[in-house]
Design a protein around this ligand. Structure first.
Ligand SMILES: [Zn+2]
Ligand SMILES: [Zn+2]
Length: 259
């Protein structure tokens, strides 16, 4: 499995899915935004480079820590001789639970919000919004993932599978596509769907304070942060403080202007 999911293979998968969703956004858009798609994508792709660098550093840190855990018999999984299929189910779910808490903390802590508001400043959520992440947020998420790897002793190959699924679902849930209501209902019994995540990008605070889950929707249901649906005709994306055009073009700088 690990051999199939090299960094290059994951990058190709992400690029292919991005291309497919980009095309679907033209055919079945949820909203018809009045914007230049290419210019809009450029801002988000500029942040992608930093995201890739941060994730590459995660690859090295994860590999080192996973090896360290095995050598020193650290972590919950190391204590039991579990078959691969149990390791992957447990590991993927555990990493997703840590991602849920990392996301909640990004909203509930002052420093976390300085980084994460760059993602929420998006006025036209589409597939490229998945890459709109401040490097400070990437480090934040990486540190929590590393904590999960050490505490739970999650093998590196499970981490690679999780990051691949997470990257693919991140693009899907941000895509500006109209999804059949019934299909969405069925899918969100298990995973976070585009309609479910769009609620989290609402300007309405009570809606933005819900639907934090990353891949699996179960965490929002368990921790009572789930909003089932909203009227998409009245949904508004973005943050008031970022409505000024200049603020949209200096996203990185703004993240360090604390107020
Ligand atoms: Zn958020
Ligand atoms: Zn988002």
């Amino acid at each position: 499995m690990q051999g199939l999911l090299t960094d290059q293979a994951r990058l190709v998968m992400l690029m292919v899915l991005c291309g497919v969703l980009w095309a679907l956004e033209s055919i079945i858009p949820l909203y018809r935004f009045r914007y230049s798609r290419v210019r809009h994508a450029m801002t988000n792709f500029a942040l992608t480079l930093l995201l890739v660098i941060a994730n590459l550093s995660l690859s090295f840190s994860s590999a080192y820590l996973a090896g360290f855990s095995v050598r020193h018999s650290i972590g919950v999984l190391v204590l039991f001789d579990l078959p691969s299929w149990v390791q992957i189910i447990f590991g993927v779910l555990a990493l997703d639970l840590f991602a849920y808490f990392a996301h909640v903390l990004l909203h509930k802590s002052w420093l976390g919000w300085q980084f994460h508001r760059v993602h929420h400043s998006e006025n036209a959520v589409d597939v490229t919004t998945a890459f709109r992440q401040h490097p400070g947020e990437s480090v934040w998420r990486i540190l929590l993932q590393l904590a999960a790897i050490v505490v739970l002793g999650i093998p590196l190959w499970v981490v690679v599978v999780y990051l691949s699924l997470s990257g693919l679902n991140a693009q899907l849930e941000h895509a500006n596509i109209r999804l059949n209501f019934r299909v969405d209902r069925l899918l969100r019994l298990l995973v976070v769907t585009p309609n479910m995540h769009k609620v989290h990008h609402s300007r309405d605070q009570s809606e933005a304070d819900s639907n934090y889950s990353n891949i699996f929707s179960v965490w929002d249901r368990i921790f009572c942060t789930y909003t089932s649906s909203i009227d998409f005709r009245r949904l508004n994306y973005g943050l008031e403080e970022f409505d000024v055009k200049e603020r949209q073009t200096h996203l990185l700088k703004i993240a360090f202007q604390f107020f």
